[in-house]
Design a protein around this ligand. Sequence first.
Ligand SMILES: [Zn+2]
Length: 298
Amino acid sequence: MEVQCPTCSARFKVPDTVSVATCPYCGTTFHVHTGEESSEEHFFFPPMRKDAGGVLLKFLSRQYGAPADITGAKVTKKELHWVPVYFFYLHGKSTRWSTIEEVRFVGIPAGSPFQGLLKDYPFPIRGKRFFDEAVVKKGKYHEPKMSKEEAEAIARSIMESALRSEAAEEDKSLGGVEIEVKYQGLVHYPLWEVHYEYGGQNFVGYVDGTDGRVVQAEYPLMSGARKKATLLGAAVLAIGLIVGIAAAGAYESAWGFIGGLIPGGAGAFGVFRKGAVKKRKVSEVMRLKEGNLYFKPI
Ligand SMILES: [Zn+2]
């Protein structure tokens, strides 16, 4: 049957057998026959069946400069965390300009050590289920440290800055704003913490427990960049050697040979040093705050 969302008015199809549906556009959960919103406000996302360690190492093996045998690295610790996140659906507009209008769906992480890691994370709208106590046993459950009201204030400020930048793009001053906030419930979101060992060093990565996206991870920078740098270092040494031999021939003495070696050796040393960066941070989902896109040396 076709149903209509009481929040965003979207129409979509659901199986005839269901009594409660979640809108795929804004995340509102409601009773399909009455259109009343569900009073249950605690949800979770079912964890994927894939092995988070395998998913992480496979992703890392495709990264720039990662060692080819990283998929064989030893996973030393693997833990599933349930991170509390308040979900909101927001509709904001400028009271001065009708063209400035935004609809946004945001998740505000509300506690756990991963609150900062998941800030601005693009949480999925679809797929959440009513909370089931049984999932707590599958991982580490984190209580929200922030109230729903505090989270709502953050959500509002996100919407306000979105409207502000939209106004700036149109060269207009924003004026007053009207922000409608719809609370979508508290969601416990699955996040895998994976530790692994490579070359005697420890690395850590975080994997989205719903679909295996790598939220953030460290990896050793090896073959690519370091090998290239080593080859370059060797090449600089070789050039020094050739220049030295040529000079020795020209002057018929060993002094030219040694003279050629010194600058070559000095140059190679600089290149070798540059190739010694060992850990890199990468994300499949978010831009990291410094460095290149999706890519940051530690
Ligand atoms: Zn909706």
